[in-house]
Design a protein around this ligand. Structure first.
Ligand SMILES: C=C1C[C@]23C[C@@]1(O)CC[C@H]2[C@]1(C)CCC[C@@](C)(C(=O)O)[C@H]1[C@@H]3C(=O)O
Ligand SMILES: O=C(O)CCC(=O)C(=O)O
Ligand SMILES: [Fe+2]
Length: 312
């Protein structure tokens, strides 16, 4: 974890001409290296103050996908950094599948179900780098949003506050703690479970702390999405590392049958992860309404080859 964290400033303090070797393509501008001004189309106000490097981590492809990405885009000098992130992604994938198993069990779903569902996923790794900002109140590192992915395992730099979670009517700082990973459940997993589950698990060494924000849904045993953001400051740069667990790109996202019944009918239509991903990039700004807006868009679009939720 420390090596993965140390490599972040090493990459982002390279000359711009080197970082641009990993620039994303016009179809997916946020892929690869995205510098100042990137991600601004995803927010309406307080635009992001960050640089990012995003790359794929497919569990089913070659054993060296991530390492190969670094060498092929940045050159042979990045072999060591590539190996660090290859190892990190493999560890995150292993951890993510174990968490999925636990979450499945907590819902009474067969323990193999989510392990299989995500086992051949097309996950995404992102390095976030937030430089100091002279006017931090005019911007955000990452604006308020819910992750559209399945679960996110986040590692934040020791000692520099930045991550905040909206809970009980106010923004609360999630202080970095040495050795702690933050696990945030995103929209795709929420759909998989049909209920409004969206919680944060704090994994501190080998203990698991579960923090989740309940809203009025608590009364019927459901949980509300955890909205989060990252702020920046005047003095210190900050880094974070996000592993976004995703299903295989063309996999249909649908809750296991045992979770659907008369009292709990389908809330979302079937869709593929590709469709939601595409939607986030082309049609909508990031916030906590991504999933309802996507659902509305999906149902009102002409697409007819996917089944819709059964009528109540
Ligand atoms: C599927 C995705 C959408 C975002 C990129 C990603 O590949 C992974 C998660 C999403 C994101 C990183 C969450 C934070 C806000 C966001 C706008 C960003 O900072 O880039 C998100 C991406 C998005 O375009 O919605
Ligand atoms: O930098 C952080 O702490 C949060 C980043 C984040 O929420 C994201 O990349 O989705
Ligand atoms: Fe996030």
């Amino acid at each position: 974890m420390q090596a993965a964290m140390n490599c972040i400033p090493r990459f982002f303090t390279l000359p711009l001409s080197d970082k641009l070797k990993a620039r994303g393509n016009p179809l997916c501008r946020n892929w690869g290296y995205a510098g100042a001004g990137a991600h601004s189309d995803r927010f309406t106000a307080n635009l992001p103050w960050k640089e990012t490097l995003s790359f794929g981590s497919d569990s089913a492809s070659s054993d060296s996908m991530v390492a190969d990405y670094f060498v092929s885009t940045l050159g042979d000098g990045f072999r060591e950094m590539g190996a660090v992130y290859q190892k990190y992604c493999e560890a995150m994938m292993k951890l993510a599948l174990s968490i999925m198993e636990l979450l499945g069990m907590s819902l009474g779903v067969d323990r193999a179900h989510f392990r299989e569902f995500f086992g051949d996923g097309n996950s995404i790794m992102r390095l976030n780098y937030y430089p100091p900002c002279q006017e931090p109140e005019l911007t955000f590192g990452t604006g308020p949003h819910c992750d559209p992915t399945s679960i996110t395992i986040l590692l934040q730099q020791d000692e520099v506050d930045g991550l905040e979670v909206f809970s009980r009517g106010e923004w609360r700082v999630v202080r970095p703690a040495r050795g702690a990973l933050i696990v945030n459940i995103g929209d795709t997993f929420m759909v998989t479970h049909i209920s409004l589950i969206n919680l944060c698990l704090f994994l501190l060494l080998h203990e698991i702390y579960v923090l989740y924000r309940a809203n009025n849904a608590l009364t019927n045993g459901m949980y509300k999405s955890c909205l989060h953001r990252a702020v920046v400051n005047k003095v210190k740069e900050r880094s974070s590392l996000a592993f976004f667990l995703c299903p295989r790109i063309n996999r249909v996202v649908r809750p296991p049958e045992c979770l659907v019944n008369e009292e709990n009918p389908r809330k979302y239509p079937d869709f593929t992860w590709a469709e939601l991903f595409d939607f986030t990039q082309k049609h909508y700004r990031a916030d906590m309404e991504t999933l309802p807006t996507f659902t509305h868009w999906l149902l009102s679009s002409s697409r007819s080859h996917y089944s819709h939720p059964s009528p109540p």
